[in-house]
Design a protein around this ligand. Structure first.
Ligand code: SDX
Length: 430
């Protein structure tokens, strides 16, 4: 990054010069690393709306144009022409693989899809009605109790093995969480199936009869994985980075990311969005909910709408909307009432001054639930599917940070507005 430019700041009469760093794409950044030392002041930015927490070469988002690139490749092209494991290779290593590199990577991932047999016991400690995200946080965190040969983060080889293990085992763990919640036996991964087909097989096959994975559904599942793979410094990725900055092992860091993703303002929005669409139920009830979303005194928000970065259409939502039509047609689900409500809600909202003025558009979570429900998943599995898809993004960002010699523990400061210094008062004198 060229840093020939600078900005001048006047703090109580003292002039501070701040270098300006220029990116490959996107806004310049003010380098404030020396600000506290030079001017004895902090910057203040709750929610980090104007703060770059790191430099990264992995994913770029242009919120105004509605663009998303993985390692420079637009998401629309990757969703149309690539496949998830190739996208995993691209995010992890920075370049599209050659045929040999792809075969080697696919073999390495395939051969790590089983979990240690002892891990099956963890599931039995949960209630059957536990949310699968609760199970996943617990079981993924427990991986650090099993895979000690890939927890030394100072060893690049162990970082590599841990990355492949996480990408390979997350679908198996997510499928096990689903099977446990419906009282069916776990289905082992199969090495003759590709990544998405294997996940569908582990979720929907039963020992009592053969299960055929529809290649078109597997393709749709694979595309959903790709659309969710990474997204710059979102809340859960920032959680993984902050956890990793202390030197915590990668399994614990990914468990922290899963916990953060669960929130309805983040990855939990796909479940909340479908439940909202079901609650609206019919097109004639949409105006009532639009009014609730606009009412300052009503905490209700349109789930699947709005985004911290996108002030234009989320490019993933566009691809997901096309995919929803394809999958529902494939499944012979015509005039799906939820999809009709979603499309009409999108149309009405995008014409409404409130949403237009606040630049609120459908995001990745608006259509994904409709596809997943049509594929046979319960709403409780929507965020686990987001989590397994995002694991490659989390671990790629974690590897980038750990591999950076400048890496240091993340430790923000604060604006203290509490009580001033005061002396203790004995109980009898209060
Ligand atoms: C994801 O960061 C990422 O990249 C995340 C993600 C990823 O891939 O990792 O893209 C995945 O999390 C997508 C977002 C999923 N969440 C939802 O769909 C939940 C509903 N959306 C909102 O909660 C909200 O839009 C956020 C949380 C997504 C963004 O919130 P911001 O950036 O903090 O914006 P804000 O809350 O300050 O809202 C700005 C204004 C506010 O009104 P004013 O105070 O200015 O009057 O817009 C309003 C908000 O009230 N607003 C909404 C709204 N979202 C924002 N009003 C109604 N419905 C909404 N959905």
């Amino acid at each position: 990054m060229a840093d020939s430019k600078s900005a001048k700041l006047l703090v109580e009469g003292k002039e501070i010069e701040l270098p300006i760093l220029s990116p490959t794409a996107g806004p310049d950044v003010l380098d404030i690393r020396k600000l506290y030392g030079q001017a004895d002041v902090f910057t203040y930015d709750p929610g980090f709306t104007s703060t770059a927490s790191c430099d990264s070469t992995i994913t770029y988002i242009d919120g105004d144009k509605g663009e998303l690139w993985y390692r420079g490749y637009p998401i629309e092209q990757l969703a149309a022409k690539s496949h998830y494991l190739e996208v995993c290779y691209l995010l992890l290593y920075g370049e599209l693989p050659t045929e040999d590199q792809m075969k080697d990577f696919e073999t390495r991932v395939t051969r790590h899809t089983m979990v240690h047999e002892q891990m099956h016991n963890f599931f039995r400690g949960f209630r059957r009605d536990a949310h699968p995200m609760a199970t996943m946080v617990g079981v993924v965190g427990a991986m650090s109790a099993f895979y000690h040969d890939s927890t030394d983060i100072s060893d690049p080889l162990q970082r590599e093995i841990a990355s492949v293990r996480l990408i390979a085992k997350l679908p198996t763990i997510a499928a096990m969480a689903y099977k446990y919640s419906i009282g069916q036996p776990f289905v082992y991964p199969r090495n003759d199936l590709d990544y998405a087909a294997n996940f569908l097989h582990m979720c929907f096959a039963v020992p009592a009869e053969p299960y055929h994975v529809d290649p078109a559904l597997a393709r749709a599942m694979d595309r959903i994985f790709t659309l969710h793979a990474d997204h710059e410094q979102n809340a859960s990725t920032s959680t993984v980075r902050l956890a990793g900055s202390s030197g915590a092992n990668p399994f614990a860091c990914i468990a922290a990311g899963i916990a953060c993703l669960w929130g309805p303002a983040h990855g939990g929005a796909n479940q909340a969005c479908l439940e909202m669409l079901r609650e609206i139920g019919t097109v004639d009830r949409i105006p009532e909910y639009i009014a609730k979303a606009k009412d300052k005194n009503d905490p209700f928000r349109l789930m699947g709408f709005g985004h911290r970065v996108y002030k234009n259409f989320d490019p993933r939502a566009k691809v997901m909307k096309e995919s929803a039509d394809e999958v529902l047609d494939l499944l012979g689900v015509h005039n799906n009432p939820t999809l009709q409500v979603a499309k009409e809600l999108e149309r009405i909202a995008l014409e409404d001054e409130y949403f237009v003025s606040k630049k609120l558009y459908p995001n990745v979570d608006f259509y994904s639930g409709i596809i997943l429900e049509a594929m046979g998943f319960p709403t409780s599995m929507f965020t686990p599917i987001f989590a397994l898809s995002r694991t490659v993004g989390w671990i790629s960002q974690w590897k980038e940070m750990i591999g950076d010699p400048q890496n240091k523990i993340g430790r923000p400061r604060q604006l203290y507005v509490g009580a001033d210094k005061r002396d203790y008062v004995d109980l009898g004198k209060r």
